[in-house]
Every structure is written in C-alpha cells, then in structure tokens.
Design a protein around this ligand. Structure first.
Ligand SMILES: Cc1ncc(C[n+]2csc(CCOP(=O)(O)OP(=O)(O)O)c2C)c(N)n1
Ligand SMILES: CC(=O)[C@@H](O)[C@H](O)COP(=O)(O)O
Ligand SMILES: [Mg+2]
Length: 730
C-alpha cells in the first residue's frame, strides 16, 4: 500500500492528483479488510465511507476545521488519513487504536463518542463557540441515516437551521441501513430523495458504462463525472431539510470522490448550515459484506479475508434470551418487543420473524423506546425492550418518570451488561446497576446462567405493577450452576461449614466467586456463596443470611459511579451492607474495576474480557474514600478511632502482610473516611459504623487466616474531624 503509507496527514492527501485517488481508495479498502480480519471491528460502515472521507479531508482543513463523525464507528478511514495507519495492527487491542475517535490519539478527533446521534449537537456547540469568538471556520458533522433517527439529532437540527450565519456542513451518509434497513418516516424521506427515478436511472447508466469500459480511462471518467455533476443540479433540492431552512445538496454518489469533493466545496462556500446528502453502500467493495442481508457486516469478529468465512459463534446469552422470548410470545399474546435499531444484536430477530406485528423497531431512539413502552403497557400490553446496557443510560429519565413512576409493567432486557471488552470504555455495561438502584420500585435480575435467565425473564413478564430489568453480559453463559437451596428469591450455591464469610455473587460473577470460595477453603476460610438472582429489591432473606456471617462480600460487575453519594447508588452490595451493618458490620462491596472513560484519563480498556476477578483484590485495596460529612450539622455522633491489628504471625510466607491487608480492605470498604498510617489506620464517621468497622477489621484479620491476633484500638468521641486535628501539621 505504497500510496496510503506515504501519507503523513491530510496535507499529503490534498497534494495528491485526483487521478491517484481511486488507487488510494482501493488501498484503504484492502487495509480495512486485512486489518479488521485480524482484530474484528466495524467493517461495513467503514467500507462504505472510504471515498466520502477522502473527499472530506481534501476539502476541509482538519483539525482546524473540525470533522465530527457521528457514533464514531465509521472513523477508521479518517484515522488512516490522519497518520494512524500503522496503529491498525492493534486496532481495538490493549494499547492499540481505539475503535472510535479518541482525543488522546489525535488532534483530528475532536470528540470521542460511540453512542449515536450526538454529532450535530457537538457541531452546533462548536459552531456557536467559533461564532462567539469571531471565528468563521466551518464545522462538519458526518451522520448516518441510522443516527439521524435519534431525537438528539433533530434537537440539534432545530438549532443549526435557525442560525443562517453559522457554517455547519452536515454530511448525511445515507446507506439505507442502521444494522438492518433503517425504518421510519425520516428514513422514508431520505429514500424518496435517494430513489428519485431520474437520479437512479442516470446513476445506473453511469455504472453500466463503467462496467463496460475495459479500462476507466481519464477521458471516459471525465465524461461520466460531467454527467453526474450535472445530475445533482438537475434534481431540485427537496422538502424535508429545505423546510427546516437548511440548504440541501444532493443526492450525490458518495463513492465518487470527485462528485463528493465538488458537493462539499459547494457546501463549504455557502457559509451557513447545509446538508450534503451522500448515497453510499454499506460494505462497498467487499462482496461478503456488501451482499450480507442481515447487517452488511456492521460489526464483525475475526474472519478469513479471502473467503469471508468466520468461526461460528458459541451459543451466547443473547440466543438464550431470544429463544425464551419466542416461547413466551407463543404463550402470551400481550407480550410485545421493542428494539432501538438493533433487532439482530439484541436477539429480537427470531421474535420479529414469528410475531412481526408485535415487534417495533423505533430507530436509534432509546428514550422514545422507553416512553413508547410505557404507552404500550398503558394500552394493556407487556413490552420487552431489548437494549445494550450502555445505551440504557440515555433513557434513564424515561424509565424513571414515564415507566416507574407510572407503575407500568415494562421489562427491559440489558444485553452486554458488565465488561464488554474490545469496544472500549463507553461500551462496557457498567452503569445500569448504579442508575437503576435509584428508581423507586425497581426490580433488577442478574441471572447467573441460562436457566436463571429464562426464569428471570418469565418472572419479569409476570410483573404487572412496575418495571423489571434483566441484565446479562456479552458472550457465552456458563454451564448451568445448580442451587443447593433457595431462600426467598436467593439461591445458596455453596455452604461453608462455619459462618465466616458470605459471598454475594451477582450474575456473571458467580463462577468466579465459587472458585474464590474453593481457594479460601484451602486456607481454612469457610465461604458461603449466595446468588441473590434478584439484585433489587434486596431480599430480607438475603439480609438475614448476611446477618449470620462475620464478613459479607458482594461481587458485582458494575461501575463505581456515584460511590461517594449516600445512600449509595450501587445495587445489591451497598444495600446489603447497610442492612447488614445494623446487625453485623463486616461488609464489603467488591466490584471488578471497570475502566472509566474520560478525556485524559482513558485507560487501556480494549483488552478483551480479562477475567475481572484477577483485579478484585487489588481493586478493593486501592479504593480511596473521600471524607463523608453528610451528618455534620445533623446531630449524628461522629467518632475518630485508630486501629492497629497485630496478627501473629503477620501473614503467610507467600504474602507476609496478608492478614493486615485483609483488615485494611474491610476498613476501605466500609465507606468511612480513613487514612492508612505506618503503624495503624485512622477512621472517622458515625459512631455505630466506626465501632462496627473496628470489630470487622479485627475479625477480618482472623477470617483471613491469622491463627491469633491482637488489635490496639483508640477511640475518640470529640467534636473534631481528622482533618481539623491534623491540618496545621500539613
Ligand atoms: C445510542 C445508541 N444506540 C445504539 C447504538 C448501536 N449502533 C451503533 S451503529 C448503529 C447503526 C448506525 O447506523 P448509521 O448511523 O446509519 O451508520 P452506518 O453504520 O449505517 O454507517 C447502531 C444502532 C449506538 N451506538 N448508540
Ligand atoms: C457502534 C456500536 O455501538 C455497535 O456497533 C457496537 O459496537 C456493537 O457491539 P457488539 O459487537 O458487542 O454487538
Ligand atoms: Mg446507515
């Protein structure tokens, strides 16, 4: 790929003669196919925007003139043209290129997205900022026909169209598909423009002429180009966008670089808001993708680039859900399904095939999906909304206000909950448990295997007075894990001989917790493992079980968002902890660390789905607590204490500080203000909690295996804080 590799950035691209561009496009396609074949990724969308992206970078001066790609899954070509070809060796791998735009990778990436329909709002804001600062540079947003179905896009258009002096160029990359063909009135309107007989016929003639020509000589090319250039002028700009006050250029053939360039130059010269409607083909130029009916290889795993063959996926959680929903659908005519443009990936395709009249694809519109579901429920049906966990964030308000506060029976099925891997930080399903736990009356199930998934789904659709959520991760489920007994909704999976430790294992964390329990048993620590099945509400039976144990640990695959707030907006752990703390204090919430997205703090988080348990211990040890002051001024008794645990011996030969660290971990997990010192740890908080924590720390030392131990404890009930006592020495 001599041409592609010779480009250091867009300046080099702009210096290329236009005759070289088809060769460059071919090289980019080859590079896309060969690298995505090795790593997996978004192939179809990128194959479809090769020429469009070349044209963009020739017309606009990125990064000075921002180009914002909606969703960002189609930014691979942009990455290649902005000096990142080499990085494709490690696309979506740890330490490699992100699968989405990434501000830490390049100044050409103004935003780092992955959730759809935001580009126009970013562009609107940037254009406003430039205008306020007296800067006339244009801003470009590239948005797919799918992303254009999202409500935010229209909220932004409403603003963009109103400012005729702000130069925002919106390139609609219209390939007629989201994953499946894009549905709805907006898609129909685009199709009307795209499928105008004049445009289609002329385009067909052009393509036929191209196919008949043995070699596309420049004379022929120029002639064809002239025809197409004239074509867009023949077609009058059409309704939808013009009605909004936007200029409209198109439709243009998004695979013809010269036509695209000319359309973009025209759009640029307007100096106001303008839509360039580019018609493209998803998967263009690679037959297996281009001809694929399901999703034109929207996202693929590893495959053989020559044959297009990929390994057949193992049975996954999604299929288990899919099967059971079809069974339920056959039994219950009131059960309907909703997808936000992800029929196949969320497992609803089988239901849709069987019950097409009961399946609704709402477009990329999760907010609308939830409120529409509330309406369906009010109308006497039981909707099942299937979305990826990460996309539920967007519909939080609708779930809270429109579904939960109206007590509507809507079941939300969250696929990709927990760690998802190569798609990066924003795609991890790490927020759902945190946000759902503040929804009044929320019932949240985290099945551990296929059987409990089926059971939870059935229990969910049987609920008649409020929302239910069933969450499960990406990938294959484990072999079914039988319960020893059931307490209320909770399953006891393993019994310790003594009530040393209760491990509350949430959903996909169960196999890891069972393994940990076995390892603890080898060290003489008796661990009972319980699966709550229904994480919310916390069952009284689970609290009772917790109260009978010396140490309670919950393991959840969620984020730590909101951990500093109280009441703790996590899921089971904090509630068990609070409930347990009233009787027996030793309670810790361990959550496998989830990467935190955020500018400047993005972690190398595209490393596949590394077993999270390897990080649990370290993670708990690293937790930092902020001072908790909520009781100040409310009259609660605040206490400061110091504890020095002195196990004998101090640890094991392999881990000389093991017992001390076990005690510190309990303190860290207790939610108190604390400071670890060389000779002891100081804690501050409500007296009840401090007392309880001191006891827990002492017991944790023993539970960790110390044959004997002495704890030195100092306690102060003073109207002071740790900080006020030490401030002047810092
Ligand atoms: C809020 C949100 N919901 C769902 C998705 C999943 N998703 C990613 S790309 C996509 C389809 C995008 O279609 P389009 O914008 O037309 O781009 P194309 O892939 O066709 O180029 C969907 C539904 C997402 N990224 N964000
Ligand atoms: C861009 C986007 O949001 C989806 O395409 C997502 O990347 C797909 O993820 P899965 O591959 O896990 O279905
Ligand atoms: Mg599309």
């Amino acid at each position: 790929m001599p041409l592609l590799r010779s480009l250091q950035g867009p300046e080099d691209l702009r210096a290329l003669p236009s005759e070289a561009l088809p060769t460059l496009a071919a090289e980019i396609r080859d590079a896309l196919v060969s690298s995505v074949a090795k790593t997996g990724g978004h192939l179809g969308p990128n194959l479809g925007c090769v020429e469009l992206t070349i044209a963009l970078h020739r017309v606009f001066d990125s990064p000075r003139e921002p180009i914002v790609f909606d969703t960002g899954h189609q930014a691979y070509v942009h990455k290649m043209l902005t000096g990142r070809v080499e990085g494709f060796e490690r696309l979506r791998q740890r330490g490699g290129l992100s699968g989405y735009p990434s501000r830490s990778e390049s100044e050409h990436d103004w935003v780092e997205n992955s959730h759809a329909s935001t580009s126009l709002s970013y562009a609107d804001g940037l254009a406003k900022a430039f205008a306020v600062r007296g800067d006339t540079r244009p801003v470009v947003a590239v948005i797919g026909d799918g992303a254009l179905t999202g409500g935010m896009a229209w909220e932004a258009l409403n603003n963009i169209a109103a400012a005729q002096d702000r130069p925002v160029v919106i390139v609609v990359n219209d390939n007629g598909r989201s994953y499946s063909p894009t549905i709805g009135g907006v898609a129909d309107a685009l199709a009307t423009l795209r499928l105008r007989p004049g445009y289609e016929n002329a385009l067909l003639q052009v393509r036929q002429a191209l196919h008949r020509a043995p070699v596309v000589g420049s004379a022929l090319y120029d002639a064809l180009h002239a025809i197409k250039k004239g074509l867009k002028d023949v077609l009058s700009p059409q309704g939808m966008f013009e009605d909004l006050g936007m200029k409209y250029v198109g439709p243009v053939d998004g695979h013809d670089i010269e036509v695209m360039e000319s359309a973009l130059r025209r759009a640029r010269s307007f100096g106001g808001p303008v839509i360039v409607h580019a018609v493209t083909t998803k998967g263009f130029g690679y037959a297996p993708a281009e001809t694929d009916q399901i999703d034109a290889w929207h996202a693929t795993g590893v495959f053989d680039p020559d044959s297009g063959a990929s390994t057949v996926a193992a049975r996954d959680w999604t299929t288990a859900f899919s099967d059971e929903l079809v069974r339920i659908g056959a039994e219950r005519s009131d059960v309907v399904a909703i997808t936000a443009a992800m029929l196949h990936p969320t497992g609803l395709a089988a239901f849709a095939e069987r019950f097409p009249e009961r399946t609704f694809d709402v477009g990329i519109a999760e907010q609308h999906a939830l409120t529409s579901a509330a309406g369906l429920a009010m109308g006497g049906l039981h909707p099942v909304v299937a979305v990826y966990s990460t996309f539920l964030n967007r519909a939080f308000d609708q779930l809270l206000m429109d579904v939960a506060l109206h007590g509507q029976p809507v079941t939300v099925v969250l696929d990709r909950a927990g760690v998802t891997g190569t798609d990066g930080a924003s795609h991890n399903g790490m927020w759902d448990m945190s946000i759902l736990s503040v929804v009044p009356g929320m019932r949240l199930a985290a099945p551990r295997d296929e059987s409990t998934l089926r059971e939870a789904l059935r229990e969910s659709v049987a609920v008649t007075d409020g929302p239910t959520v069933v969450r499960f991760p990406k990938g294959p489920p484990p072999v079914d894990i039988p319960a020893l007994e059931r307490f209320g909704p909770a399953d006891v999976l393993r019994r310790g001989d003594r009530p040393d430790v209760l491990l509350v294992a949430v959903g996909s964390m169960v196999p890891m917790c069972l393994a940990v329990a076995e390892r603890a048993a080898d060290q003489g620590i008796e661990v009972t493992v319980v699966d709550p099945r229904w994480v919310l509400p916390v069952a009284p039976e689970l609290v009772n079980l917790a109260a009978g144990h010396r140490l309670v640990v919950t393991v959840e695959d969620g984020g730590r968002a909101g951990e500093r707030a109280r009441p703790h907006p996590g899921a089971a752990g904090p509630r068990v902890r609070r409930a347990g703390a009233r009787r027996r204090p030793a309670a810790a919430v361990l959550r496998p660390r989830q990467p935190r997205p955020g500018a400047g703090r993005r972690r190398p988080d595209r490393a596949g789905r590394r077993p999270p348990h390897r990080r649990v211990g370290r993670d708990a040890g690293r937790t930092r607590r902020r001072p908790r002051r909520r009781n100040r001024g409310r009259g609660a008794a605040v206490m400061i204490a110091e504890i020095q645990v002195a196990p004998s011996p101090p640890g094991t030969p392999g881990d000389p500080h093991a017992y001390v660290e076990a005690a510190i971990a309990v303190i860290q997990a207790a939610g108190l203000r604390y400071e670890v010192g060389a000779l002891g740890t100081t804690v501050e908080g409500e007296d009840d909690v401090v007392w309880a924590t001191l006891r827990s720390a002492h017991e944790a030392m023993l539970a960790a295996g110390a044959p004997a131990g002495l704890s030195h404890i100092k306690v102060a009930s003073v109207n002071r804080t740790m900080d006020s006592l030490t401030a002047k020495f810092r």
